[in-house]
Design a protein around this ligand. Structure first.
Ligand SMILES: C[S@@+](CC[C@H](N)C(=O)[O-])C[C@H]1O[C@@H](n2cnc3c(N)ncnc32)[C@H](O)[C@@H]1O
Length: 339
């Protein structure tokens, strides 16, 4: 059981271990082992340090030091010097390898943390200082990293999406859903699966939309979905019943958030609604630092702030509450007649 003293929105443990909290050695050793796929090599029978070093193109001494550190932290066992076997943690490392690897999206995130001082000083992302371009431009220039990011956003990274969130008045009258920045379509496919009367439109950047085709083919839903490779800063498909922004607005500062919402407002008909999850939190929710803030200067607004922002975009908030997995906010075009 967690014991400690209550803080603002969190239980603060009595015995905070600052050394453990400030350790950089272990996270980097984990990432290097993941990048070199050490657990997979061990599983295939390459267990001695010379073999592991040869297979991964590493210096045997240096690699031994890294694995020795991980053994001391409980990842891998070393029954005899220089021979490694898997334990539960090492097997889990094998499963998690894809998103920890330094040559994939895990490397982008890991190095982005070094830009935290810039973010704190300026409130803006310092990503370009490390990678020479803004986050989305960097992904556009590196399709293999972009594909890794899309996978992280999808079921392989973030698990099965929740299609059961509620909207005011229920889903019965909804026939069309536009998922804006919907990634490779896992959420839209899940919504269509539980709502047979609905057809969907996926809007995302062209590379991501191209990768989404496979999601809808596998779900046998290609006929019920239109995919549109475009920016949500451009005019959106008009007149849908629901416009969805899931884990999108948290990626953007206020000016861009207003611009996206204005595009939504322009596309909505009198009975359309815009449903938002991510980027808005209850007024009393504690503040948290997220990687989206570092990568993109993204902001999560309190509900009161968001009402103001939505208003500037021509939308009004008609409901907002914590649902099963997230805080869901629903907006309608201002001056629309609400059913
Ligand atoms: C954090 S991901 C969320 C994906 C998905 N909605 C989810 O919940 O998993 C943000 C998405 O916004 C997309 N995106 C970024 N900039 C965009 C733009 N200008 N126009 C359309 N989509 C964009 C990205 O490609 C990505 O799929």
């Amino acid at each position: 059981m967690l014991s400690g003293r209550p803080g603002y929105g969190v239980i603060v443990p009595d015995d905070v271990d600052l050394d453990a909290l400030s350790d950089l050695q272990t996270p980097w050793c984990v990432r290097v082992a993941a990048t070199l796929r050490i657990a997979d090599h061990v599983a295939l029978g390459i267990t001695d340090i010379e073999g592991l070093a040869a297979t991964t193109g590493s210096d045997a001494n240096a690699l031994h030091n890294v694995l020795g550190h991980l053994v001391a932290k409980g990842v891998f066992e070393e029954p005899t010097p220089g021979r490694f076997v898997l334990n539960d943690a090492a097997r889990r490392l094998s499963d998690a390898t894809q998103f920890l690897r330094l040559d994939g999206i895990g490397g982008r995130f890991a190095h982005a943390w070094a830009t935290l001082p810039t973010y704190v000083r300026t409130g803006k992302p310092g990503y370009h200082e490390v990678f020479g371009a803004s986050y989305w431009d960097d992904l556009a220039a590196h399709p293999e990293i972009a594909a890794d990011f899309d996978a992280l956003m999808g079921p392989a990274g973030h698990g099965t999406p929740d299609a059961e969130f509620e909207i005011t008045g229920g889903w019965e009258s909804v026939r069309t859903v536009v998922d804006l920045g919907g990634g490779t379509g896992a959420l839209l496919a899940a919504i269509l699966r539980v709502r047979p009367q609905v057809s969907g439109t996926l809007v995302d950047l062209p590379g991501t939309v191209a990768r989404a085709a496979q999601t809808f083919r596998a779900a046998k839903m290609s006929e019920r979905v239109t995919t549109v490779g475009q920016s949500f800063f451009d005019p959106l498909p008009p007149g849908a019943d629901v416009y969805l922004l899931h884990s999108v607005l948290n990626d953007w500062p206020e000016e861009e958030t207003i611009a996206i919402l204005r595009r939504c407002a322009d596309a909505t008909g009198p009975t359309s609604r815009v449903v938002i999850s991510g980027g808005v939190a209850a007024d009393e929710a504690p503040r948290r630092l997220g990687i989206d803030m570092l990568l993109l200067g993204g902001e999560t607004n309190s509900l009161s702030e968001f009402r103001e922002i939505a208003g500037q975009a021509g939308l009004e908030v008609v409901s907002a509450r914590q649902q099963r997995r997230s805080f869901v906010v629903e907006c309608r075009p201002r001056n629309a007649s609400h059913p």
